[in-house]
Design a protein around this ligand. Sequence first.
Ligand code: NAP
Length: 549
Amino acid sequence: MTDTLAQPAGTASGSASDTRRVDALVVGAGLSGLYMLHRFRELGLTTVVLEAGGDIGGTWYWNRYPGARCDVESMEYSYSFSPELEQEWDWTEKYPTQPEILRYVHHVADRFGLHDGVRLGTRVASAHFGDEDGRWTVTTEAGERWDTEQLVMATGCLSTSKLPEIPGVGTFAGRTFHTAHWPHDPVDFTGRRVAVIGTGSSGIQAIPLIAEQAGDLTVFQRTANFSMPANNAPLSDEAQTERKKTYREHREAARTSGFGVPVPEATQSALEVDPDERHAKYESVWGRNLVGLLASYTDSIVDADANETAAEFVREKIREVVHDPETAETLSPRDHPFGTKRPCLDSGYYATFNRPNVHLVDLKKTPLTEVTEHGVRTSEREYEVDDLVFATGFDAMTGSLLAMDVRGRGGRPLADKWADGPVSHLGLQVAGFPNLYMITGPGSPSVLSNMMVSIEQHVDFVADAVAFAHARGDTVVESTEDAERGWTDHVREVGEYTLYPRADSWYMGANVPGKPRVFMAYIGGVGNYRAHCDQLAADGYPGFAFSST
Ligand code: NAP
């Protein structure tokens, strides 16, 4: 089959004469969308990727703020589907920077000939399922119409950015930035008065670098976050060559692990070991990777007392670095268990607060009240600045999906189906929305994992399910209501067994006013989840209905 990008496939009906017909449409040309394109093309499906951005790369295209870097090691945050690709590409640092990941994405797209399947600058407005013909009609904001059998939402978990819900955000007269929409040209903060609002992963990465340039930096913190040193370093040729010799084993270990990052499996409760032994254990994993501290003991994420031992360990580290005890205390998280908001990896974050040009404002004590023409006002005073940086995060997991007008069987809107929070079968499909797949959707391990491991697993599952259907002579794959209910209940039960629901996190939708408070990711473990999906495939996909419309 040929690609129809350049060839509108006309239909008989007049007004729809410019509708383009494809076998598969993918929304989003990030790491998941590009791999989906590759897999669908291998199946011989005419496939087009619609991408809102001006280039491929997804999250790594948009998030270009100073210090933007992946928190998973480069040799693990990379595609594993091609042994040749993993052998030929060389990473330069332990943790890859945003520009390096973008170069890698381009290398992959060049190598596998993917560029011509992507339409850039094309934002999807709606996707409606046709009950009559079992196909989707997708409309873009520019008014283009696409007719497709398969529709894959590779829209990312953290793509719809958000601003603080305070008055005056548009009134600031100086320069304004959001970390998720950073300019492509370098931003110079030299000598300027800068405010950063937000201390999540983005803020924590950007703040040390902005502080080095700015004349004066004020950090507005609502919730203190747990952050650990990245200990980033150049990746030597020797270390890389060694790893490449055993890449297959590492990949397998990642796929069967809890978080998609191979770490030794915990065997003991944090509370059954001697405090000195526990401390030594925490020291041994400190600064090694994102998940080691949380994965040290079996009960770190399910028992509040066990968790507190890890939380206090981090606070101790903060006190060791930050000179001023009051600032150290303000930076010490006390309102949520360790790991229940996404922990961060940083390069010099806490030490930044020892600089004379850096000030910390505790918004728990003096909340933000408005953005003014000259800066930011809290309940206490106004802070006049030249530049305002919003590191205020995303409407996560569901935001990008619900930003489109998606309607399934009978014209039912996805927004209606998800009014009380997302329901799904495996985080892959929603009952009543045939042939619509979500890559790393809510209800899958997604954001609780190394995204590359989860992306590849989902894309492979989708490609295999579509191939299975076609081999049977069917065109439609649809999760059953029963399977969806069972999975959604399971996701909730496993989540409720943990400490995650105790935090006001974006995992819970708590950062978006009015969003249903639901723990949206699956914490059953990447390896267990994969085994479950593999078993379903081996058993002929129970929980999925196959038909021709
Ligand atoms: P985030 O974690 O949601 O952090 C947003 C920050 O803005 C939080 O400190 C939040 O405070 C604050 N905030 C939001 N609304 C506010 C308001 N109205 N007033 C005051 N403060 C407000 O967003 P992010 O830092 O962009 O990171 C999101 C996720 O993206 C991360 O958790 C991670 O999964 C991913 N990410 C990964 C990397 C990496 O791998 N290195 C880097 C960046 C991002 P509250 O906590 O009180 O809501």
